[in-house]
Design a protein around this ligand. Structure first.
Ligand SMILES: Cc1ncc(COP(=O)(O)O)c(C=O)c1O
Length: 393
């Protein structure tokens, strides 16, 4: 494949789009629309737009953060590395213990965003493209564009899953990095273990220098037994990196902690690109406890599954299709333009997800809140979609 600075677009699969854009001019930076003062000024808007955890961190994690703050906040007057409770080595050890790996297999990040960006920085260039999907989580694509790396976006298959065959075909042509978001944001779909392992095998057999980044941000919310983490593969295979975050099931988006697990050689490759001293004292202290609080994580998954099922059932009873969500958000065919649905919901105090081309004409992403929040939200959705709420219940 040759790369030019002109964009070209070709169609792959049902409604899928594979695009290469060689634009080397960074986009003008704008705050995402959901952070407008207007929305924040609304009285207690229901925030179902960012796939956050409405319950927040577990009690143990919170207690650790509170105690780290110390009398009068003196704990945050120090750099995190000044205390054995908050230095990064301790968090790497805790994560390693949790997954039965060595601390040398763990790379920390200011959210998993930093891990994703580091991988793009280290493994892509103008001649070694990022291969990713569309729609999927856009961080890697946007960062590749910012730093002048080539990228190829592959449309989804007719089940709204990542099109692994097309992605593998694109990767074989010398990709620097493949971004595999499993479960995928925004469609909430997964590929089971066999498919993912087959894909990794395919890509690395044809293109052994390519790196595969499996983003498992929503792993703890997946309930399909076919879903498996690729952490065990990543530890063994020096070309596979698994990314995780504390922002979702751990309820710590505001603490900004994420991590990657990889072969020690890959961690060594990534470290020079990694900005240091980005993690904060409170986040490290909370994450160190949260990662080992597996009971809390299981309870959070149960809570989410119940509210997710309630919401999907409500839409299905009302005649709307939704994908089989394995995450803390759902992707629903409302039959209405995403913008119209979003504006209508927002006027009634509920924020839902943005446009996800090419599905923006009729699909919406809705994050799962508490059961009470979802009961309120469906009343609003009924109003916006002009249906009878009780008929759908
Ligand atoms: C798939 C996926 N990966 C990564 C992130 C980034 O999360 P964070 O930087 O908070 O870890 C998100 C955020 O929504 C996401 O959806």
């Amino acid at each position: 494949m040759s790369f030019s600075r002109r964009a070209f677009v070709k169609t792959v699969g049902l409604g899928g789009v594979a695009a290469f854009s060689g634009s080397y001019i960074p986009r003008t930076y704008e705050l995402p629309e959901f952070w407008t003062a207007e929305l924040l000024a609304q009285e207690r808007p229901l925030l179902l737009h960012n796939n956050e955890n409405p319950a927040g961190p577990g009690e143990r994690a919170l207690a650790a953060a509170r105690s780290t703050l110390g009398e009068g906040g003196v704990g945050v007057g120090r750099y995190a590395m000044s205390s054995p409770e908050t230095n990064e080595a301790g968090l790497r050890r805790a994560i390693a213990d949790r997954f039965g790996v060595a601390p040398g297999n763990v790379i920390l990040g200011l959210g998993s965003t930093q891990v994703l960006r580091t991988a793009v920085q280290a493994y892509t260039s103008s001649t070694k493209p990022l291969v990713t999907a569309t729609p999927t989580y856009e961080e890697c694509t946007q960062y590749a564009e910012l730093i002048g790396s080539a990228f190829t976006e592959i449309g989804l298959n007719d089940k709204m899953q990542l099109d692994l065959d097309e992605m593998a075909a694109a990767a074989r042509e010398g990709a620097g990095l493949v971004f595999l978001n499993n479960p995928n944001n925004p469609t909430a779909t997964i590929h089971g273990e066999d498919a993912v392992m087959g894909f990794i095998d395919d890509v690395l057999t044809a293109s052994p220098d390519t790196t595969i980044l499996v983003d498992e941000a929503y792993h703890d919310y997946a309930t399909d037994p076919n879903h498996r983490s690729q952490i065990p593969t990543a530890v063994k295979n020096p070309r596979v990196l698994a990314a995780r975050t504390f922002s979702k099931a751990h309820g710590m988006a505001g603490f900004r902690v994420g991590f990657g697990i990889a072969h020690e050689d890959m961690v060594q490759e990534l470290m020079p690109w990694h900005s240091r001293m980005t993690l904060n004292t409170l986040g490290i202290a909370a994450a160190k406890v949260s990662i080992l609080d597996t009971g809390r994580l299981e309870a959070e998954s149960v809570r989410n599954t119940e509210a997710r099922q309630f919401t999907i059932d409500w839409f299905k009873n009302a005649g709307f299709d939704a994908t089989d969500s394995q995450t803390n958000f759902i992707f629903v065919n409302t039959g209405m333009a995403a913008q119209e649905f979003r504006d209508g919901a927002r006027e009634n105090g509920v924020a839902v997800g943005r446009n996800f081309p090419p599905y923006e004409k009729d699909w919406a992403r809705i994050s799962i809140g508490t059961m009470d929040e979802m009961r309120q939200a469906v009343e609003v959705f009924a109003k916006v979609l002009r249906i009878n709420a009780t008929a759908a219940a």
